[in-house]
Design a protein around this ligand. Structure first.
Ligand code: GTP
Ligand code: MG
Length: 329
């Protein structure tokens, strides 16, 4: 396939085109993903998450500059939440990362969460895989740690970085739910602000309270000023040390397996969901079922759900699910 060949030969426009196909859930995108899978599993995937405005994008840009100085090639996937409080994120990111945009060894891609057909987590995973196959040594994913999807994306990175900033403890509260457990490295950014030492102390205390298995990686807590690159070399040291740790302890393989299972479940959920919704839109089937559930009350929703699943398995509609079931594709 032409697009795939162009990607493997290092054509940036092919990489951008493939990610667009994936974002729009085009069948051609899936074809390319199939081909490039053999070329994945080489990049170090780093997830960066944290409260809105904590300085994640500035940090990603600073980390990328440092990694470039160390000779690494970088892919960046920035999830643009298009949420009310981070409305200008995309434009801001462009400006913050402008100098990187001309570096041929840095590939930056923003992914929208709104209107992303087929789910943002799936599209993001595919985009990571494209940049991995594209030959980038390190792929960095930035998400706002607000929703479950974002947390999931970062959870399945090899190295997860949680970014906070000083101020009243609210920020730490905001990232508390579920995210404390997934962080491999914690960063208190905006260390030029007062209160940063207190935020550091609070964070360390919370980490001590959270349970981690004996002998596991002990997540460091680092201070940075992303705007002046202070603390960035130390952060990059930690990022690389964590990857080294995963490799030496055979944990990378385990993470890869978890990632592939998560990707697969995401796809299954999406395809089954689509098939069910198509069925629900088929007038005849639903009218009958609703009649039995509501008018005559002979069928409860549990039974209704089971009937729908049975129906789908016995009468696969002419769609993705059918192809999935019959071809194992
Ligand atoms: N004082 C100070 N400001 C910073 C620092 N790092 C980032 N900022 C500023 O904080 C603001 C937000 O930075 P971003 O990098 O856009 O933060 P973000 O976490 O990516 O934001 P969202 O993606 O919108 O959630 C910008 O105005 C940055 O210039 C820092 O270390 N110190
Ligand atoms: Mg950002």
């Amino acid at each position: 396939m032409e697009l795939f060949d162009r990607l493997i030969s290092g054509d940036r426009r092919a990489a951008a085109r493939i990610i667009s196909l994936i974002e729009n859930d085009e069948p051609e995108g899936k074809e390319v993903i199939k081909l490039l899978h053999r070329h994945t599993g080489r990049a170090h995937i780093i997830g960066i998450t944290g409260a809105p405005g904590a300085g994640k994008s500035t940090l990603v840009a600073a980390v990328t500059r440092e990694l470039r100085e160390r000779g690494k090639t970088i892919g960046i996937v920035a999830i643009d939440p298009t949420s009310p409080f981070t409305g200008g994120a995309l434009l801001g990111d462009r400006i913050r990362m402008q100098d990187l945009a001309t570096d041929k060894d840095v590939f930056i891609r923003s992914m929208g969460t709104r209107g992303s057909l087929g789910g943002v987590a799936r599209a993001t995973n595919d985009a990571i895989n494209v940049l991995d196959a594209f030959g980038k040594d390190i792929v960095i994913v930035e998400t706002v740690g607000a929703g479950q999807t974002e947390v999931d994306i970062v959870k399945f990175a090899h190295t997860s970085v949680v970014v906070t900033m000083p101020g009243g403890g609210d920020e730490i509260q905001a990232i508390k739910a579920g995210i404390l457990e997934i962080g491999d490295i914690f960063v208190v950014n905006k260390a030029d602000r007062e209160d940063s030492s207190r935020t550091m102390a609070e964070l360390m205390m919370m980490l001590e309270l959270s349970e981690r298995p004996e002998g596991a990686w002990d997540p460091p807590v680092l201070k940075t000023i992303a705007t002046s690159s202070e603390g960035i070399p130390q952060l990059v040291d930690c990022l690389l040390a964590h990857y080294q740790y995963l490799r030496e302890n055979k944990l990378l393989e385990q993470k890869e397996k978890e990632r592939v299972v998560a990707e697969m479940l995401e796809i299954i959920n999406q395809q089954v969901g689509q098939a069910v919704h198509r069925l629900l839109r088929e007038d005849g089937y639903m009218t009958d079922l609703l009649h039995k559930m509501v008018d005559t009350r002979e069928i409860d929703p549990h039974t209704g759900a089971r009937l729908i699943i049975q129906h789908l398995l016995q009468n696969p509609p002419n769609n993705d699910l059918q192809r999935t079931i019959s071809n194992g594709q």
